[in-house]
Design a protein around this ligand. Structure first.
Ligand code: ACO
Ligand code: LMR
Length: 264
């Protein structure tokens, strides 16, 4: 009989052995013929299923809105300094990407985890925020360096508007907004930031689309898929900043002494 050699790799998202590559079983030609977009490709390769258009459009809006936020933010700054040190594109890109984490752009998964846990347990925003304070943990998805209660983040407003008009339910987002109302009563910089907006809205997408079972949602949140949205999106801007610096033939960056507090 046939003896199946043991394999060293298991893969379930794509297959390139046939006439054309397939993403989660969908041939590339069909993706192109149907006029699908990058949101659909993300659905297939990350979630292994075709999601309804309102979901894939939401994913695309996240990618577009998070593609860049100017040259001053952590990621762009790193990419710019690296480009000016004469490094190659990949080095400039990863140098910027490496700043993405719990403070900058990489709070989406934790925002989803904490908002979900608090909402599902029925904690009031007051109970949730104060319990985080007791544990000494900053609420992921809350707070911004420059955005304020009277200078909201346009990206957050656009995502909320889209979801209110297109999602069957926005219960997690509404909870995040209630949390924001409470944190804003404490300090004006404690707004719901773009990470918190995406984290809470993705919970609504997962729960409301009817496309995921409860264990699947728990697994997505536990593994942490959602920071991938920011990483993917911001790569667009970091690559742009790298080209910009090279086009401008910018010299090696050196930080000015005057801007350093030398002290003992
Ligand atoms: N939850 C509770 N309290 C907070 C939070 C928060 N998320 N953020 C700030 N504070 C309070 C704290 O009391 C803090 O004092 P502490 O240093 O004793 O903890 C005080 O506000 C002042 O904080 P700063 O450090 O001055 O605020 P900063 O402007 O540096 O922080 C930041 C901005 C890093 C975004 C912060 O709000 C934070 O850590 N948020 C949670 C992580 C997060 O969501 N990051 C994503 C931001 S959006 C993006 O990067 C695309
Ligand atoms: C970003 O998307 O990079 C910003 O929200 C971060 C910042 O500090 O402005």
């Amino acid at each position: 009989g046939k003896v199946r050699a043991p394999t060293h790799i298991i893969s379930t998202i794509s297959d390139d052995r046939g006439e054309e590559p397939c993403y989660a079983g969908v041939p590339m030609s069909s993706i192109v013929e149907q006029g699908l977009g990058v949101g659909d490709v993300i659905s297939l390769l990350w979630f292994k299923r075709s999601l309804p258009r309102y979901c894939t459009r939401f994913i695309e809006i996240c990618v577009m809105l998070c593609a860049d936020h100017g040259p001053c933010v952590s990621g762009a700054h790193n990419s710019i300094v690296t480009a000016r040190a004469g490094k190659d594109l990949v080095s400039c890109l990863v140098s910027g990407l490496l700043t993405i984490g719990p403070r900058f752009g990489g709070a989406i998964d934790d925002a989803a985890r904490y908002f979900k846990d608090a909402y599902d347990k029925g904690l009031t925003p007051y109970e949730f925020v104060e319990s985080m304070k007791k544990k000494g943990i900053r609420v992921p998805g809350i707070g911004h360096r420059i955005k304020r209660g009277d200078n909201r983040d346009k990206r957050v407003e656009l995502l909320q508007l889209y979801a209110r008009e297109n999602f069957p339910s926005v219960k997690y987002m509404e909870y995040a907004v209630q949390v924001e109302t409470y944190t804003l009563s404490k300090a004006n910089n404690l707004v719901l930031n773009v990470d918190g907006a995406i984290g809470s809205l993705f919970l609504d997408l997962l729960a409301g689309s009817g496309m995921f079972t409860k264990p699947e949602i728990d697994e997505i949140v536990e593994i942490g898929y959602l920071n991938g949205l920011f990483v993917l999106a911001r790569s667009i801007g970091l690559i742009g900043h790298t080209f910009d610096q090279k086009r401008l033939k910018q010299p090696l960056y050196r930080h000015p002494w005057e801007d350093v507090l030398y002290t003992k």
